[in-house]
Ligand binder design. Structure first.
Ligand code: DC
Length: 228
């Protein structure tokens, strides 16, 4: 069976990471979380006190940054210039920062090139906002995963709670709306559904149901390609 590129896009909190990780595990594919790359750039910019609206400086900073994504026990580890930042990139400050650096075309240009290199051989499940529309417009399977803002906020809030972060549900919902506006409203590669993407609304589905559905679609694609 041929090895596919599976693109999974969707808004914050739609369950993309859980889905992409699970589908990769079930299919024996590599999982690539592209949001982690924008987060790593944001972390570096925050540490260096580069203003998050300084497009030229951010683009230059990205060009001189090495981001490695490594698989370990089914999870993804993120290394920024050799330092393990897997946990450090998950703070609310970095989340907000990432959605700011992600509007900068020069930052996207560098990261998209890296993502294309990483996925070129196939056998990958790549998750982000622009994978099916920009990074791999020819991906054999594109999923646009969505869920209602309320359910996305609730999922995010539970994650925060598990980590012991003191943030309330109304504030989490506000943040979701804020990031949706930024992700969808930006001029450079906004979050859009690729025309040929399969839309999956996970509001009323559990994560395992969604993963099995996507694996079924992937197997159909892989065998259809093999028969051609
Ligand atoms: O999926 P995430 O929350 O880790 O993504 C962090 C930010 O990066 C988010 O605001 C959207 C942005 N992003 C993007 O613009 N393009 C991608 N392919 C992935 C993430």
């Amino acid at each position: 069976m041929r090895k596919l590129i599976i693109a999974i896009d969707g808004p914050v909190g739609s369950g993309k990471s859980t889905l992409a990780r699970r589908v990769a595990a079930l299919m024996g594919y590599v999982y690539i979380d592209t949001g982690a790359m924008y987060r790593a750039v944001a972390l570096k910019a925050l540490r260096r006190e580069v203003p998050l609206n300084a497009a030229d400086q951010l683009a230059a900073l990205t060009g001189e940054t090495r981001i490695d994504l490594r698989a370990k026990d089914g999870a993804q580890q993120v290394f920024l210039d050799g330092e393990d930042v897997t946990t450090a990139i998950r703070t609310p400050e970095v989340s907000q920062g990432a959605s700011k650096v992600a509007v900068v075309p020069g930052v996207r240009h560098v990261l998209v090139a890296e993502q294309r290199r990483a996925g070129a051989q196939g056998g990958v499940v790549m998750e982000g906002r622009d994978i099916g529309s920009v990074v791999f417009p020819d991906a054999q399977l594109k999923i646009f995963l969505t869920a209602s803002p309320d359910i996305r906020a609730e999922r995010r809030w539970r994650e925060h709670q598990q980590k012991g972060d003191a943030i309330d549900l109304p504030r989490t919902l506000e943040e979701i709306h804020e990031r949706d506006r930024r992700d969808s409203g930006r001029a450079s590669s906004p979050l859009v559904r690729a025309k040929d993407a399969v839309v999956v609304d996970s509001t009323a589905m559990d994560s395992e149901e969604v993963a099995r559905l996507v694996v079924m679609l992937a197997q159909n694609q892989a065998s259809a390609g093999a028969a051609r």
